[in-house]
Design a protein around this ligand. Structure first.
Ligand code: FDA
Length: 404
């Protein structure tokens, strides 16, 4: 393959990645009369937007604030959110015919429930502004050059070299490699001497192996509303048992705060006290078997599964003080030691990324490398489940557009 130094039209910047951040950046640059070229490895833009929220795209969260983001510098995202708020996201999409409906916990989805409507807003606006998107174009390298940068790409099987004064790295994180995810953002950062905060899968199911695994497997498909916590954080949402461990929103949330080797704790009945409930019931119905009592609180399947951890064949009146204490501990402090997580194939996001110390929080430009910008998931800003990650992608794309 030969390398061509292409004769380019003048672009104010080249954006790597036509995902949520890159597309928002291209559109916002368009409003400001700036011309950009977007390079995308996939054959279509916005691949992850299309699959997000089960194809419905949870595009923001009404309650988004810096508190729902993990970063080594928890203040870093505040400036971007001050420049582009949740209200800005809502009114931006409303302007182009997408109204939101709140599903739960502030999670906003398009009323149409179609993620493709979200992508079409961006592709339509890019066309209107004359922003070019080159799909099927893989960026392989970025190096410093006179007056800026030289970007190496493979396009239509040919090596092509592009020059630009400003580069926006919006190449996403490591999750779902089969959808185009690469480590390019991290590679570029390393190449220019920028620190990386350790990366790991986040919003990811957790696995259970060994002698405990069959217990979880027998419950596969059962979902329970719980409080899940560790010494850093606590979430109240459903957990889902699977044949290999635990999933569901509460588990995905805690996974971002879990480290290998640690326990997580589950309150299986977060708004009631199991011991009080048993004591009330045994005053009126002491002969009731514990198994039947538990079946009234949980599914029969779950109550039966608890039987090998509880004296389920005893009636309520005959439970001893110690047994009641053990039931309380089991239900309200169910201890789980995950073996691991399902990795980048199943993770919704990547934790860590380009260190916040290396970027200006106001502009997202690398402090040591003028003209080099990082936004979206490749930066060390990781949101909770529920539309927070897109809010960061939109906000960071907006901020960069103001500064290229
Ligand atoms: P994004 O990954 O969107 O875009 C990066 C782009 O760069 C990709 O298109 C990629 O192909 C391209 N690229 C990578 N390497 C390249 C290279 N070498 N050359 C050229 N192009 C390259 N969030 C949320 O808020 N609400 C939700 O409902 C969901 N749902 C959801 C479901 C699933 C299954 C996943 C995996 C993730 C989510 N997310 C989510 C997370 C959300 O998708 C994610 O945070 C954003 O897409 C990140 O936007 P970026 O633009 O940073 O990366």
């Amino acid at each position: 393959m030969s390398t061509n130094l292409t004769k380019q039209t003048h672009f104010d910047a080249i954006i790597i990645g036509a995902g949520a951040c890159g597309l928002m950046c291209a559109v916002q640059a368009g409003y400001l009369g700036k011309r950009v070229l977007v390079l995308e490895k996939n054959e279509q833009p916005g691949a992850k937007i299309l699959i997000s929220g089960g194809g419905r795209c949870n595009y923001t969260n009404l309650y988004a604030s810096a508190q729902q983001f993990i970063s080594q510098n928890e203040h870093f995202c505040k400036s971007a959110f001050a420049q582009w708020s949740v209200e800005d996201t809502i009114s931006f999409f409303e302007t182009y015919g997408i109204t939101g409906h709140e599903k739960t916990l502030g999670q906003l989805f398009p009323v149409s429930n179609k993620a493709k409507d979200v992508v079409q807003v961006f592709t339509g606006l890019c066309e209107d502004f004359g922003q070019e998107i080159w799909c099927g174009t893989e960026v392989t390298d970025v190096i410093s050059a006179d007056n800026g940068f030289e970007i190496s790409v493979i396009r239509n099987g040919r090596n092509v070299s592009l020059t630009t004064e400003k580069v926006v790295v919006a190449a996403g994180g490591l999750p779902i490699p089969k959808m185009g995810a690469t480590d390019l953002g991290l590679r570029i950062a390393r190449k220019f001497g920028l620190k990386i905060t350790e990366t790991a899968p986040a919003l990811v199911p957790l696995t259970i192996t060994g002698k405990d695994q069959p217990w979880y497997e027998q419950l596969s498909g059962n979902s329970i509303f719980c409080r899940v916590w560790n010494d850093r954080i606590s979430f109240e949402e459903n957990i889902l048992f699977t044949h290999w461990g635990l999933s569901g929103p509460a588990i995905l949330q805690i996974s971002s705060y879990w480290r290998p080797g640690e326990f997580i704790y589950i309150d299986l009945l977060p708004h009631q006290d199991i011991v009080d409930l048993i004591q009330q019931e045994r005053e009126v119905n002491g002969k009731k078997m514990l198994l039947n009592f538990m079946s009234g609180l949980f599914t029969r399947k779950f109550a039966e599964a608890l039987s090998d951890k509880l004296p389920s064949d005893k009636n309520l009146a005959s439970l001893t003080k110690t047994e009641l204490e053990n039931i309380g501990a089991l239900i309200h402090e169910f201890k789980v030691k995950p073996a691991g997580d399902k990795g980048y194939d199943k993770a919704e996001v990547m934790r860590g990324g380009v260190s916040a110390d290396e970027l200006s929080s106001k502009t997202l430009e690398a402090k040591k490398v003028p003209g080099l910008f990082f936004g979206g998931e490749c930066v060390d800003v990781t949101g909770w489940l529920g539309g927070y990650n897109f809010q960061w992608a939109w906000a960071s794309g907006f901020v960069i557009a103001q500064n290229i």
